[in-house]
Design a protein around this ligand. Sequence first.
Ligand code: B12
Ligand code: SF4
Length: 421
Amino acid sequence: MEPLQLGLLAAMCPADWEVRLVDDRCEHIPFDEPTDLVAITVEVFTARRAYEISEQYRTRGVRVVLGGFHPTLIPEEAALYADAIVIGDAEPVWSQVLADAKACNLQSRYDGYTGKVQNGILPRRDLYKGKGYLPITLIQFSRGCRYACEFCAISAYFQQRYTSRPVDEVVREIEAQDRQLVFFVDDNVVADPAMSKQLFRRLIPLRIRWVSQGSMDMVWDSELMDLMCESGCLGNVIGFESITQESLTGMNKAPNLKGFDRYEKAIQILKQYGLQTWAAFTLGCDTDTRQSLYDTLDFAVHHKFTFAAFNVLMPYYGTPLYSKLAAQGRLLFDGRWWLHSGYRFNHAAFKPAQMSPEELTEMAFELRSRWNSASSILSRFFDLKTNMRTPYRMAIYWMYNPLFRKETLKKQGMFLGMEPV
Ligand code: B12
Ligand code: SF4
């Protein structure tokens, strides 16, 4: 997908700055081409690779600025690999960073605050052309979420704050691009239902189709659901996380606990509206056993979700989960799994309570493989309310399930960096 934060950073550069976007996921980095400044976005899974890239430039005498989720959550680590780090959002400090870089007076740290979102800036989408990204436009309406789930990096980064953009501005941004398919990258597109309703009302005349991420409590507000669907929502990623109340309570997953006794009802409502839900599950909570993990898979298959993710619970630095596991001595890979040369993608990075880390890794892979098997994909298709609702819905189902299957299996066990430590 198109990297929204980089398009935004580029758009915030003054006109006399020449900008080039290089995406390490799909192209070679021209380390030896002359450049004055390098800016890299870093999240936990890309930290190791980002630090490698940074080192390559710094050994050539090029200054590097790091920003994004990971440097914000663990600035003392990121600072070791950069000339400057930006904590939090770039909007309030980026022009200062550039001015200081130009004056050869770069400071080691800049503190952005999580205040306004985007400040009226339109990302430089022209920079995405020709890189083979999926034909879906990423737009943010809001940032942050008011809930405080134990494992969530969003909650740690935004400290439970939530900010949305003026609806007019979002509408203008949608109108300024060509596509009819939009991904609102909001952490929780229904975090403030009143604001979400304002947005959805204004989306209706635009006749776009969109997907996003939202908390399950959306289903209990029928006006919200009506407007969401009328405005072109195809479905949302919803964090189901677990099917037991005990686990949800343990992880402080408040939006799911609100109507836990009506979990089945919630799913029926999603289906009535024809939403093609991407159900996300988190595996490895203290209450999880082998049986509860198999039950989770059965639950997902039974409900014929259009897509699902079976993620191993990950201790992200800065979250209450990380602190808890650290205090209990349960973190693996010296507690810095994202930097460890032995850590592989989708592997457990902590000692689960009721199984070994290896068992958890294997179980998660088994669930993913079974969910993505040809027979599972075929059987889940037969849902008149969602996947078979219209030819467009059918096309989505058949286009993306094989793609996600390929991606999931390809990423399993990948090392995070390129070079041995
Ligand atoms: C959209 C999205 C995706 C998309 C991909 C998007 C893409 N372009 O490829 C999809 C759905 C595919 C995806 C996948 C994954 N994602 Co994701 N994703 C997001 C999401 C929701 C929005 C990203 C975005 O565009 N935001 C809008 C931009 C404008 O905001 P931003 O990135 O925060 O940037 C601002 C600041 O951080 C700062 N900034 C950022 N970079 C830089 C760089 C510099 C130099 C500077 C100065 C400032 C700066 O300024 C920006 C403007 O204010 C974020 C959550 C979030 N709120 O950001 C999670 C998030 C980044 N993803 C996350 C994760 C874990 C994943 C997965 C690993 C999930 C999984 N288990 O498979 C995968 C794989 C990622 C990988 N590296 O392989 C985590 C990272 C956690 C962490 N501690 O780092 C996040 C934070 C979500 C979460 N709930 O925890 N993701
Ligand atoms: S509801 Fe979702 S985004 Fe909000 S804190 Fe919980 S996991 Fe994070």
